[in-house]
Ligand binder design. Sequence first.
Ligand code: ATP
Length: 384
Amino acid sequence: TSAPSAKTGLDHLEIQGVKKVFGDNTAIERLDLSVRKGEFLSLLGPSGCGKTTLLRMIAGFETPTDGAILLSGKDIVSLPPHRRPVNTVFQSYLLFPHMNIADNIAYGLKQAKVPKPEIAQRVGEALALVQMEDFAGRKPEQLSGGQQQRIALARALVNRPQVLLLDEPMSALDRKLREEMQLELKRLHTKLDTTFVFVTHDQDEALAMSDRIVVMYDGVIQQIGSGEDIYANPHNGFVAGFIGKQNFIPAEVTSTDSTTATLRTANAVLTAPTLTLKPSTAAGEPRDLAVGDRVRAAIRPERMHVAPAGEGSGEANTARGSVISYSFLGDVIQYMIVVGDNDEILARVPAAGREPISAGTEVELSWDADAVAVYDREPGAVAA
Ligand code: ATP
């Protein structure tokens, strides 16, 4: 992720009080969002959270039920898509099969009656941007999926949009190509002044590329921030579980003092430095922890230490368990460990210089108190 750069200036795309209702289904609740000029912003969330609907309203393919969308201070809601200084790259590339690559890219400029020499120059520039200069004369079917996606990008960029909208543009590509395209997109973004708004359901992709991520669920923004910020400080249980891996352990608060809360789970005693109960989604409010609260304790897998069981200290923030399985992931070893009868805990430890602990081995898990965050149970969750 890149730090906010000098070109990140005033907010120039403003979503104000935008709502979208389809029949009796509210896809987007009243939503406010400011996008900065030149920023790479991702809309991230599970299927059905409303991210595509939001993107389509910015593009002009959907009309908001309520609210305003301002670009550089001007409301664009009444403008048809082709009159907005905005272009979209879709998941399916939608290239014209009978036209060669150069004509595909030139299509919009021809429609707009741009003079021929200028078209030729801009098509050349766009092809150079995506490093596809040698492919101008080919037909789309003669290109690979990744190459077609680059052409779709060039076709959007040739119009010099103020905002480039990307609707899951890489979901049709295989993993390796996808990672290459991620780097390619970042390179392009760094070169251009264009604001990128990128829709994805893939958290790794959002983390790898974005200046800021907007995490959405159920038509509501759950959190906005840099990847680092959202990962380290999720505001609610949804974000804590959606971004990165997470262990959620049902627990009950047994005591609190001015600096610590003690929690009891089925198999361990936890102390947490946090005295705040974070809500399960953005609809709730954080509040002080109280004795008797039934909560979820959250601990990231990489905050777990795993050692072969010795005497077993039985202290707070330790638990005895048994390795169910491990996976060697290159840089880390990931263990699935069962604690007690059924608490399954994921632990990730650096792989370098260690032998994996084999399945069936009794182990002791431990973690620091500051690794524990406390979230409300999900509404409707069965009390443990
Ligand atoms: P996905 O990743 O699956 O595309 P998404 O987060 O982009 O999901 P949207 O496509 O924006 O979600 O859909 C949000 C909600 O609005 C869903 O409940 C969806 O069924 C509904 N919806 C979207 N478009 C329409 C439409 N044209 N008519 C009726 N309902 C719609």
